[in-house]
Write a new protein. Structure first.
Lengths: 250, 308
């Protein structure tokens, strides 16, 4: 579903990604771990072209991200084409980024109506189903400011799912939550993983990584230090750097 | 609940009853204010120069009311031009194309840098600069040649001057509103597949409105009064209509009072309008659930129940 080969990303002179190579298979849940500043979030944002990569190849579902290859030259995609690609990838943010001027229901129906041109009734029906699925059937008409952090994040998950994405990206979805609200968001994500969604999750929740992830990738300084099944990477890390990191967070 | 109830039973001390501090300064200040206010009121009511009977006579006089209509027309049209062009300029300012954003900067710089009265006179005399206006191919042949002197009437000159000047100020207000919307909102909208235009229209601008509305109300009130500058180029708005009358009757003060009364009435009406606009765009800004929202939520959950 996602394949990266030697992905580089610079911000000015700062090299944030220094050759990331990894692969996510359909239906797989991959957790990206690592200290802050290791480039996990940047990589995630590259996957749906919120950031442009400087070198390497990044593909989603067999297509290059942000470019079209004609012969041996790359052509930048037009804005509308980039938008169409993004619509197929759901993203959940650390700070939820719900639209504060819309109710929970409107947050979820907005993109399907405007982008996918789904009828209003259909979008509402689907949104109601999704909000029930994340346990928010009674919060349909509430504005984000009237919801707790955990509830807001679950609305954000429903909003992303409403576009029927083939891939979901989670950027530290529980980092901004009170400890007692983390569980409800992780439960919603676990359910999603069980339903077979392909997911890339940047997280500090080791418990979640161990239980739900099929593959764990540990990043530091813009490179992949090690990757493998959670039991290996978290249980018996081979690299000193991984060990040092895990000893602090576990 | 019983634990928080106010009781003077055992264990809870009685409420404090203390002698309040004396504040003689407050009394002195109050007396001064009352005395000054009384002096002003007395002067206004008893001074014959105010000529209140003349004020009453002209308050609803036809030329004054006609002037009022022109003032309102000027205000509305100039503000519409100002707001629309202001939004365009603000969006241009944020354009990735450097030429486009520079052009917007230059416009704002020029129109904020010159007095609106000078701009007004400029537009009024534009025919001296461009006697003929051509519509045709740029640098090529022109097809229509309207006469600028007859095209730019005094009213149109005033609309142009006030509207174009206002656009520069509105552009900055709209830009401030757009900056106030968190970048995460744009990212979220983009990640859902919205284009730049959709993001601007559906996500950024509606939220920016909360920041844009109060200063825009301010601008509208200011514009209502600035239209009086159009009297200098003989547009028959409220002030000019009054001037025409007092140049004939020499009742200067009463007519200026008539004019002031109408300006105050209009600005007061604008205050009310601004209140409702702010309330509309304040949706979702508070945690409080309003009565209207309750009704909507009931409806939603009802339709949702039947849908299952």
């Amino acid at each position: 579903m996602v394949s990266a080969e030697g992905v580089h990303k610079r911000f000015g002179r700062l090299e944030v990604l220094q050759g990331i190579t990894l692969k996510v298979d359909p239906g797989e849940v991959m957790c990206l771990l690592g200290p802050s500043g290791s480039g996990k979030s940047t990589f995630l944002r590259c996957i749906n072209h919120l950031e442009k990569i400087n070198a390497g190849r990044l593909m989603v579902d067999g297509d290059l991200v942000g470019y079209r290859q004609v012969g041996d030259r790359l052509h930048e995609l037009r804005e509308s084409e980039v938008a169409r690609k993004r619509a197929e990838i759901g993203m959940v943010f650390q700070h939820f980024n719900l639209f504060p001027h819309m109710t929970a229901l409107d947050n979820v129906t907005c993109a399907p109506i405007r982008v996918k041109r789904v009828s209003r009734e259909q979008a509402r029906e689907r949104a109601n189903e999704l909000l029930v699925r994340v346990g928010l059937a009674d919060k349909v008409g509430a504005y984000p400011a009237q919801l707790s952090g955990g509830q807001q994040q679950r609305v954000a998950i429903a909003r992303a799912l409403a576009m029927e994405p083939k891939l979901m990206l989670f950027d530290e979805p529980t980092s901004a939550l009170d400890p007692e609200l983390v569980g409800e968001v992780l439960a919603a994500m676990q359910q999603l993983a069980r339903d077979g969604m392909t997911m890339v999750v940047v997280t500090h929740e080791m418990g979640f990584a161990r239980e739900v992830a099929d593959k764990v990738v540990f990043m530091d300084g813009g490179v992949v230090v090690e990757s493998g099944p959670p039991a290996e990477v978290l249980g018996a890390p081979r690299h000193e750097r991984t060990r040092a990191f895990l000893s602090k967070v576990l | 609940m019983s634990s928080t109830e106010v009781t003077s039973g055992a264990g809870r001390p009685d409420d404090i009853v203390a002698v309040p501090v004396r504040r003689p300064g407050r009394w002195v200040a109050a007396v001064i204010v009352v005395v000054i206010a009384a002096a002003i009121v007395r002067s206004v009511v008893t001074d014959p120069h105010f000529e209140w009977s003349v004020v009453g006579e002209y308050l609803f006089a036809t030329p004054i009311l006609e002037g009022l209509v022109v003032t309102l027309e000027l205000t509305v049209i100039a503000m519409i031009i100002g707001i629309l062009l202001g939004v365009v300029l603000a969006v241009m300012r944020r354009s990735p194309n450097p030429l486009v954003s520079r052009a917007s900067w230059l416009y704002i710089w020029f129109f904020r840098g010159t007095p609106v009265l000078v701009q007004l006179l400029f537009w009024y005399n534009i025919a001296a600069l461009y006697p003929k206006l051509g519509i045709g191919i740029p640098f090529g042949p022109a097809f229509v040649h309207p006469d600028v002197n007859s095209l730019i009437t005094a009213f149109r000159a005033a609309v142009l001057a006030l509207g174009l000047n206002e656009a520069a100020y509105m552009a900055e207000i709209v830009r401030a509103g757009m900056i106030s919307v968190d970048e995460g909102q744009t990212h979220a909208a983009q990640s859902l597949g919205m284009t730049r235009l959709q993001t601007m229209q559906r996500i950024v601008l509606p939220q920016a409105m909360r920041v844009i509305i109060p200063p825009t109300g301010n601008e509208t009130i200011s514009m209502l009064k600035t239209t009086s500058l159009a009297s200098t180029i003989a547009v028959a708005e409220l002030l000019y209509s009054a001037q025409l009358i007092y140049s004939r009757t020499y009742k200067v003060i009463p007519l200026l009072i008539v004019v002031s009364i109408w300006y105050i009435v209009c600005t007061s009406i604008l205050y009310v309008g601004q209140y409702y606009l702010e309330r509309h765009y304040g949706r979702g800004a508070t945690r409080e659930v309003k009565a209207r929202q309750w009704l909507k939520m009931e409806n939603l959950s009802a339709s949702h129940d039947s849908g299952l």
